[in-house]
Design a binder for this molecule. Structure first.
Ligand SMILES: Cc1cc2nc3c(=O)[nH]c(=O)nc-3n(C[C@H](O)[C@H](O)[C@H](O)COP(=O)(O)OP(=O)(O)OC[C@H]3O[C@@H](n4cnc5c(N)ncnc54)[C@H](O)[C@@H]3O)c2cc1C
Length: 426
């Protein structure tokens, strides 16, 4: 009898390997596929979307300029970001929504996000999507990554790519080669999203005021843990008494290994949500007939590991809405840092302003044929609280995929930057 796992798999070659199928990875794979490269996209879950679908974050930020007066949302850039937003809008049967301070978001339904992601990747024609595939090894020879190993549905996979785009949200590929990375885990608090159904819709209109009052009382009386006060409402597509909420945990201050920390957080957050939902049903009249209908499959981690790049997006670049001659993505969302309170600390830049992310923020300092996108970007902690949002992750993903394809197909890098900059202006 042969043991397939021991025999060892054949090596698969491709032009561009994209690791991670979140917003950044979907955009990167689509860009590289449309540019004519043969692409493999590896995603550890059974669906695309990353935090947008696995952590069920509910709205896309960073698609539109901040604007307090215009009746319609103004897109921050053209090209793929605009295309994806329009497709998501159609699939969700909704539209952009203006929140406080002129911030526009696009609420979406979770299945619609996954469906649009599947469609755009498939339509490019050149992308081989492998779901349930977790990358666990990456080997570099000098500045060149030569091999990536994964387990795909528990079968080993060995890939020899010309270029790689690391969209893992954790700079996993870069870290596995030994390239410089930094941890952002203590920068922001994680949150767990959950949905309750059969709630009196009047509760939302009243802005959860009575819920907050009762939670405070219960926490002060010692009948609920203090963490239950960190409850926030997600603006969403919810109708008919359906409410999407998120519970924020505290910022990490621990020396435990990350895998242990995340496991503990997941369990702690689910236990708190259970306590919270029972409290709401018992104590809030508008929730008397409500029930907990779902909890996101994954805890939402806002900032993970990121690369040390050839350039680094600084807080001042964001706040000054700085442009760059090699800017390949635009960011329009303010700095939004979730600490230990129920609401984030917001730091705004000018209305209608946007900053540009230079290409070198997507290039690890020590690797020539690897790019990163989304949350793996080289950025200071404050800048990351802006650049991590889905709209900007789509933009950096698109740019990284385009550059990776040009590099794999032997086309000049200047041409890639020019193409991306033209698309942003469309
Ligand atoms: C609680 C919370 C609320 C948020 N709210 C909003 C919001 O309202 N609007 C907004 O725009 N943004 C929001 N964000 C931020 C936003 O969701 C993320 O920053 C963005 O989705 C990141 O996209 P990404 O593609 O860079 O990373 P991710 O979405 O994290 O994607 C990474 C992908 O890589 C996969 N992966 C990881 N490791 C491996 C591996 N070894 N092998 C294979 N695959 C791997 C993961 O499964 C995942 O699919 C929120 C974030 C959190 C945590």
């Amino acid at each position: 009898m042969t043991n397939a796992l021991r025999t060892g798999p054949a090596t698969i070659s491709c032009d561009v390997l994209v690791v991670g199928g979140g917003a950044a990875g979907v955009a990167a794979a689509t860009a590289a596929g449309r540019a004519g490269a043969q692409v493999m996209l590896l995603e550890r879950y059974g669906f695309l979307g990353g935090l947008a679908t696995a952590a069920q974050v509910g709205t896309v930020c960073g698609l539109y300029l901040r604007d307090t007066t215009n009746p319609e949302a103004l897109p921050v850039a053209g090209g793929f970001v605009k295309e994806f937003a329009l497709r998501l809008q159609r699939a969700t049967d909704g539209g952009p929504l203006r929140l406080d301070a002129g911030l526009w978001v696009l609420p979406f339904s979770i299945p619609a996000f996954a469906r649009v992601a599947d469609a755009v990747v498939a339509e490019s024609g050149n992308v081989n999507v492998v779901l349930h595939a977790t990358v666990a090894e990456a080997q570099a020879e000098g500045p060149c990554l030569v091999e990536v190993r994964a387990l795909a549905w528990n079968e080993p996979l060995v890939i020899s790519p010309r270029t790689v785009v690391d969209c893992s949200g954790e700079a996993t590929v870069a870290a596995l080669t030994g390239a410089g990375v930094e941890s952002g885990i203590a920068d922001q608090a994680p949150s767990l999203v959950f949905v309750m159904e059969n709630i009196d819709p009047g509760l939302v209109e009243r802005g959860l005021v009575e819920v907050r009052r009762e939670l405070r009382r219960a926490v002060e009386a010692g009948s609920l843990p203090a963490a239950c006060e960190r409850l926030a409402l997600i603006p969403s597509m919810d109708r008919n008494g359906r409410l999407t909420l998120k519970l924020n945990l505290a910022v990490a201050e621990s020396n435990r290994p990350l895998w242990q920390q995340v496991t503990d957080w997941e369990r702690e957050a689910r236990a708190l949500v259970d306590e919270l939902q029972r409290f709401l049903v018992r104590n809030i009249a508008a929730c008397r007939n409500a029930h907990l209908s779902s909890i996101a499959p994954q805890l939402g981690i806002r900032s993970g590991r990121r690369i040390q790049g050839r350039a680094r997006l600084a807080d001042e670049d964001v706040l000054a809405a700085r442009k760059s001659s090699v800017g390949i993505a635009r960011g329009a969302w303010p700095m939004e840092r979730w600490g230990n309170g129920p609401r984030p600390e917001m730091t705004f830049f000018s209305e209608h302003g946007y900053y540009e992310i230079p290409l070198d923020c997507l290039r690890p300092a020590e690797l020539d044929n690897v790019l990163v996108a989304g949350r793996c970007l080289s950025a200071a902690a404050g800048a990351m609280t802006s650049a991590r949002v889905i709209g900007t992750a789509l933009a950096t993903g698109w740019a990284a995929g385009t550059v990776a394809a040009f590099q794999a197909l032997g086309r000049p890098l200047d041409g890639a930057v020019e193409t991306i900059r033209q698309q942003m202006n469309q």
